[in-house]
Design a protein around this ligand. Structure first.
Ligand code: ADP
Ligand code: MG
Length: 721
């Protein structure tokens, strides 16, 4: 630990600083992407057009274009120094997987030929039998295919030793079932588009431009020095600290939040942003977050599928670049107890190139009927599917965050803000005739410019908040793929739009004159039946927990409570009806996520035992021994030794030992017979026993001599930069 501290305090940058003045962002933005403009330059016009029809309008891909695209892609990639190509896919673990193949093939005369055919572009066959599939495949039937996703552009991943052409793909089984996170995103976008078109048609817009769901994920993360990281087996193996007392100074002063960014961190950010820019990821925002050592990065929103791929790439890039600056980037939801954890705010909306953003209320939302229908559809969807929304953010890591007083509660509700709430109240009372005018912001200092106020204030305690022209799903975990949450939102909103379109169609009977009355009765119905989900108050408060219960809202506190909502009959029928996930595919997800939860807790539990036994216990008895020796020696020379500290240490050591045994029993208990029961056991027995061990360890940390303490402390990890 002392060596780690001195290494950190003597840190010097060893890579030459980037000369930003020599290379301006515009020059390298998207340079490593096989982008639309590259395609336009390199593909015959007809081929380019055909590919664009798929990318922009969701048309079926014409397979005959593949050979020509592949050849252009290979030439481009080889010019950029690529030697290999890789199909990139997104298994249910939430990670990013890749399988590399060389462009080179041997020829009969002993030389080699570089080749990359349309078939190789379209389809790959990784074995991949070790990925969790939740029963869709057994290991003996390992055939799985990766299939080119033309809507997410190929890119070059640079490495000092050779570059790779990366091709985003879907990953499916031999039976065509989705084994990955991407396939359902694409299917759910298709479902959403179909239903949104019906609403647009009723409002007289039917130019056919694809209605895409859009996503802008804000990523929170921690940075710690790598020396500390490697000195903590828990950070290294579990991504979070299993032990550690709260530092004397934490985040109380709010002095880190939006504070000046430390120099080394800023160097890291600039470098990471540059890498992301090259990959065409439009990062925009960076700032310090609430906890010491915590930061945030956010890109401009993109089409949901692309945003999901870019998010994965962003997490990998942050991790890679942090190493270069001697740091570890912690993406875990709760790396440190007692200070804030990290989330990922997924901003979501839907829009098309001709109609713009469907959730943009305009200046007078009360007479923007189309907006109100889309907004009402979201309200209805979230109310009916709270359980599903909670279950798609249920992970072992996120359990430490949701419901603690720093993150949205485990209760799903919607924040609408004053203006929209008022409009829906008016609708309830018979019809909306006005929008609260937000007016101009006056600060009282004449030198400051006047500007129009936002229509509503913010509410950071709401898990699902309307933020002006989009909804922000804030319960997503920092370590999660955003694909699952996007699939859930897209599908529940598709179902809700389907319901709304059917209602309107029935009432209008083809007569556009009846649109207004039909909309009025639809909105009245939705608000009467679903307003229980709307809550503009403090989501962290105890009163809300009580009130939510009287409103009949779900409060699913843990993953073990929430995941089973993935296979309620309503959820199964909905996913099947919209062709997003078959029952078997859904079941496989439930099984996989339950398993992931159990494995995560098991790793942490085993680590707790080994660290407590091999690091903490020895330190504690060394100290105990020192105290005992001091006592014996002093008694010999006739001085009274106050044994209070020795007694405390002795009691804590005893408690620690007993706690370890209890935890080992909990780990060894295999009486659960179903995956749900197994998760319950982790939640009800293993985690509480871990916490007991932790309590003894943390008390010992506050009493054992500092020079004997083996682990870097919170104070050191969070504050020494
Ligand atoms: P804040 O931290 O104030 O919530 P940020 O600027 O950090 O805001 O992030 C807001 C995110 O919302 C950005 O990624 C932004 O691109 C995204 N966003 C804005 N409009 C939309 C939209 N129509 N659909 C999806 N995301 C959007
Ligand atoms: Mg936000």
């Amino acid at each position: 630990r002392q060596a780690a501290i001195s290494a950190v305090t003597n840190y010097a940058v060893n890579s030459p600083p980037i000369e930003f003045a020599d290379s301006i962002a515009q020059d390298y933005y998207s340079t490593n992407v096989f982008s639309k403009s590259v395609m336009k330059d390199r593909l015959p016009k007809s081929i380019y057009k055909s590919v664009m029809m798929t990318i922009e309008s969701g048309e079926k891909l014409d397979p005959t274009v593949a050979d020509i695209v592949a050849s252009a892609m290979k030439d481009w990639a080889m010019e950029k120094g690529a030697t290999h190509y890789a199909h990139i896919f997104y298994p249910l673990t939430g990670a990013t997987a890749e399988k590399h193949d060389s462009f080179l093939s041997p020829t009969s005369d002993g030389s080699t030929l570089s080749e990359f055919s349309g078939k190789q572009l379209i389809q790959g066959e990784p074995d991949g039998s070790s990925f969790p599939t939740g029963g869709i495949r057994v290991t003996s039937q390992a055939r799985g295919y990766t299939i080119w996703d033309v809507t997410s552009p190929a890119y070059i991943l640079e490495n000092p030793n050779g570059n790779t052409l990366c091709i985003p793909t879907a990953f499916v089984s031999w039976t065509g079932e989705a084994l990955d996170k991407k396939t359902p995103v694409l299917r759910s976008m298709q479902a959403l588009n179909k239903q949104a078109q019906r609403i647009l048609k009723l409002f007289g817009h039917q130019d056919g431009s694809f209605v895409a769901s859009t996503a802008g994920p804000e990523q929170e993360y921690f940075l710690v020095d790598r020396h500390f990281f490697f000195a903590r087996p828990d950070l290294l193996n579990a991504g979070r600290t299993l032990f550690g007392c709260k530092p004397p100074k934490g985040q109380e002063f709010d002095d880190h939040y939006f504070g000046a960014i430390p120099e080394r961190v800023l160097a890291f950010m600039l470098d990471a942003e540059r890498e992301l820019f090259k990959l065409g990821i439009p990062v925009k925002t960076r700032h310090n977050e609430v906890a010491p050592g915590q930061f945030e990065i956010a890109p401009v929103f993109e089409s949901a599928n692309l945003a999901a791929d870019h998010q994965q790439l962003m997490m990998l890039t942050l991790d890679r670049v942090a190493k270069k600056y001697g740091m570890a980037c912690l993406m875990h939801e709760k790396p440190f107890a007692g200070v804030n954890g990290s989330g990922k705010h997924v901003n979501w909306s839907l829009g098309s190139s001709s109609q713009g953003n469907m959730l943009d209320p305009g200046d007078t939302p009360h007479d923007n009927a189309q907006f109100l229908v889309f907004c009402a559809a979201v309200i209805r969807a979230v109310h009916l599917h709270q359980g599903l929304l909670r279950s798609v953010v249920a992970t072992a890591g996120n359990d430490h965050r949701l419901g603690a007083n720093e993150a949205p509660p485990a209760i799903i509700s919607i924040f609408l803000g004053d203006q929209l709430t008022d409009i829906f109240e008016q609708i309830k009372a018979g019809g909306a005739s006005s929008s609260i005018d937000s007016g101009t912001l006056t600060v009282g200092a004449d030198v400051l410019p006047l500007f129009p106020k936002d229509a509503g204030d913010r509410n950071r305690t709401s898990p699902f908040a309307f933020t002006g022209n989009r909804f922000e799903f804030r319960a997503v975990g920092s370590n999660q793929s955003i694909a699952g949450p996007l699939v859930a939102i897209n599908t529940i909103v598709a179902e809700s739009l389907d319901y709304c379109a059917t209602k309107l169609e029935e009432e209008m009977q083809g007569d556009p004159q009846l649109l207004n009355t039909a909309v009025q009765s639809l909105l009245t119905e939705v608000i009467n039946e679903h307003s229980a989900i709307i809550f503009n108050g403090d989501g962290y408060s105890d009163e809300w927990h009580v009130e939510a219960e009287t409103r009949g809202l779900l409060n699913l506190k843990t993953t073990a409570d929430a995941l089973p909502y993935l296979h309620t009959p309503e959820v199964q029928q909905m996913f099947a009806k919209y062709g997003v996930l078959s029952n078997r595919e859904l079941e496989s997800r439930l099984e996989t996520y339950l398993e992931q939860y159990c494995l995560t807790v098991d790793v942490e539990a085993n680590l707790s035992v080994s660290m407590a036994r091999k690091l903490i216990f020895p330190a504690a008895i060394r100290y105990q021994n020192e105290l005992a020796a001091a006592c014996a020696n002093l008694t010999l020379v006739g001085i009274d030794f106050d044994t209070d500290t020795l007694d405390s240490v002795t009691a804590l050591v005893k408690g620690l030992q007993d706690g370890i045994v209890r935890l080992e029993h909990a780990i060894a208990d295999h009486s659960a017979t179903t995956p749900v029961e197994e998760a319950r056991h982790r939640c009800d027995a293993v985690l509480p026993s871990m916490l007991m061990v932790r309590n003894y360890v943390d008390k010992l940390e506050s009493i054992v001599a500092d020079d004997l303490w083996p682990l870097p402390t919170y104070q050191e990890m969070l504050f020494i930069k």
